[in-house]
Write a protein that binds this ligand. Sequence first.
Ligand code: SF4
Length: 479
Amino acid sequence: MRDTKYEESCGLFGIFGAPEAVQKTYFGLHNLQHRGQESAGIASSDGQFIQCYKGMGMVRRVFRSGSDILQKLSNPIAIGHVRYSTTGTSKAVNSQPLLAEYSRGQVAAAHNGNLINAALLRDEYEAYGSIFKSTSDTEIIIHLLAKPTHLAKPDPLAHVLNHLQGAYCLLFLFSDRIEAARDPYGIRPLCIGQTEKGHYVVASESCAFDAVGAKFVRQVEPGEIVTLDKNGLTSRFFVKPGNVTPAHCIFEHIYFAKQNSHIFGENVHEFRKKLGRRLAIEHPADADVVIPVPDSGTSAAIGYAQQSKIPFDMGIVRSHYIGRTFISPDQKLRELEVKLKLAVVEEVVGGKRVVVVDDSIVRGTTTRGKIRTLRQAGAKEIHMRVSCPPIRFPCYYGVDFPTKEELLANNRNLEQIKEFLEVDSVGYMSLEGLLDCANLPADHYCTACWIGKYRIPIDVAVNKFTMERYQMRMFDEIE
Ligand code: SF4
């Protein structure tokens, strides 16, 4: 039950050398739409010159069907981006790819993640006279790339990446190639695919490959730069492999990634079913029906029903026709949005003892609203089950959780959470249970939003204060 503005930061797609690279990028972005709905953009190159088109809204709105934008962009090398802003305001000027011209020619950059040293780097560059056109941390990376002392290094891109701290998957489109890079901790996913005709593709999630008939090859490794050019695919590392223990965001598995994606070495749907089975063992319930909060709670609810032998049903249905509303900054409008998106099926829950399975709870206010609707529909008992531990700390690596104070579980014990949600019982997955379900060793995942230990240290005051200052200063352009 998504109860607030609580979004992933972005989705990336790139393809080299395919005759319909731009159209394929368009379809790839469609399959990554769940990672960002604020803006979309595509940059393409004919081998010499880069063009870029982007705008506010979802992919189909920006690249309106029937318009000739895709035709005009048509080139054999392309990268694309869908955005949700975690750093930088939701404005057209911050949409991506960011296209720039510097001493070595043109470059377009697309970024998924969040740089925690963005404010410090921006201060440093502004002090030397750099002028920024946006509040996005991605623009800072372009400034780093253009710096003459960095360009003098044998591998300028690798040198620049070593200045960045935080979560980043990056695509750079140069006129003759695509460079794809992933931060040394591998916080966000990035993977490589190949089409039947042998063209290489890179995307945030493997579900984007399905849209273009490509097969998953492998993930881009943490600390790796992959080059797609006329020679095929080549790889180099900007951080020695094995020097850093990964910190993959396990929330990608719980909530963000699509069920048909393979990330961090396993399928998302299967992983979520494992969570559901474990949740049923940790927190059984005497009930008549298991219902999910669609869509991200569905796989875990299936697992819960399988393990508990309680019938599974769709007691809440989701409308897929309501896009993200850009005018929902306050709680009332957010609640209305959730009401429109999630409707209760009275025939499924009326007179029943209901287990409601959700992937996570953030503020809890709209979850409570939905519980009230289930009661109005006649549910006799409601047992809330959550397939991740209580979220107690904010994320600084690209996920838009509210402040610590706003999080439901920050200063409440289980009994208080139960009272707040107005449910008959509540059960959260344990951290141990969550990590037991994962394929990789426990120390290969970030768990900071549950335990508050940030693998990449955060200087909250500097980061937050400075970025807010930039945003206040941001001019209000006409969009
Ligand atoms: S703090 Fe939570 S949401 Fe953020 S990267 Fe870590 S696991 Fe993912």
